[in-house]
Write a protein that binds this ligand. Structure first.
Ligand code: ADP
Ligand code: MG
Length: 227
């Protein structure tokens, strides 16, 4: 198996001098293609900070990170953006949808960024909406969806670029448990059927147990890896 993520002694320090804070300390691990991995730990333990590093949304203070065997540390902003667009899909607790725009336009956005022409990108976005069973909502305003439908729209948007990894930060944090379970079911279905690597930040022990592996953080350090 090949590693889609390799972190070597990753550290992230915020501030300096008196206000210096080490949010991530010398974290080393690998994640293989097709794995599902939960990042767990108490509030403030560094979960989101770690995910932001892995997702190339923030740079480490020291250490090395490889994504699909490419060293991302030291890459230029446009190279990072390219890698991110090519390889990643994102699902966040806060949805980050444009409520005033239609479901279809929200899903199409990454393809617009990638420069695909309208006909093609609409086709791909519709297919993606179908895979989350929301094709009938394509022309509805995103603000008018239920919470579960919003999160499924985010998953559809995460899928349009055929990502090798989906990052989910507390994906069920804003959902009731029944709706949350459906979203989780959908994420694991994509993991099993499409081989998409899942990296999920969660404080839900049941969700963490569903993953192949758990990376546990404490005060920014990796303290345990359960198989
Ligand atoms: P978690 O997601 O596990 O709740 P975070 O990764 O968000 O934790 O934060 C870890 C620690 O780093 C917290 O103490 C937080 O206050 C601090 N931190 C996170 N981001 C910043 C920042 N941009 N500036 C300063 N401190 C930060
Ligand atoms: Mg967090």
């Amino acid at each position: 198996m090949s590693a889609v993520v390799r972190a070597e002694m990753l550290s992230r320090t915020f501030g300096s001098g008196k206000t210096e804070f080490k949010a991530l300390r010398d974290v080393t691990f690998e994640i293989n293609e097709g794995e599902s991995v939960a990042i767990i730990g108490k509030s403030g333990s560094g979960k989101s900070t770690l995910m932001h590093q892995l997702a190339l949304l923030d740079s480490p203070t020291s250490g090395k990170l490889y994504i699909s065997n490419k060293l991302s540390t030291g890459m230029k902003a446009h190279e990072l953006e390219h890698l991110r667009n090519q390889e990643f899909g994102f699902v966040f607790q806060q949805f980050f949808l444009n409520g005033n725009d239609t479901v279809l336009n929200n899903v199409v956005l990454p393809l617009k960024v990638a420069g695909l022409q309208r006909g093609k990108r609409n086709r791909i976005a519709m297919e993606s909406l179908k895979s989350v069973e929301l094709e009938d909502k394509a022309s509805v305003r995103a603000a008018d969806l239920s919470g579960g439908q919003k999160q499924r729209t985010c998953i559809a948007r995460a899928l349009v670029n055929n990502p090798s990894i989906i990052f989910a930060d507390e994906p069920t944090g804003n959902l009731d448990s029944v709706t949350g379970d459906k979203v989780i079911e959908l994420l694991f279905k994509l993991n099993k059927e499409k081989g998409i690597t899942l990296i999920i930040v969660t404080h839900d022990p049941d969700l963490a147990k569903m993953c192949d592996r758990q990376l546990m953080l404490k005060d920014g350090k990796l303290v345990g890896e359960d198989k």
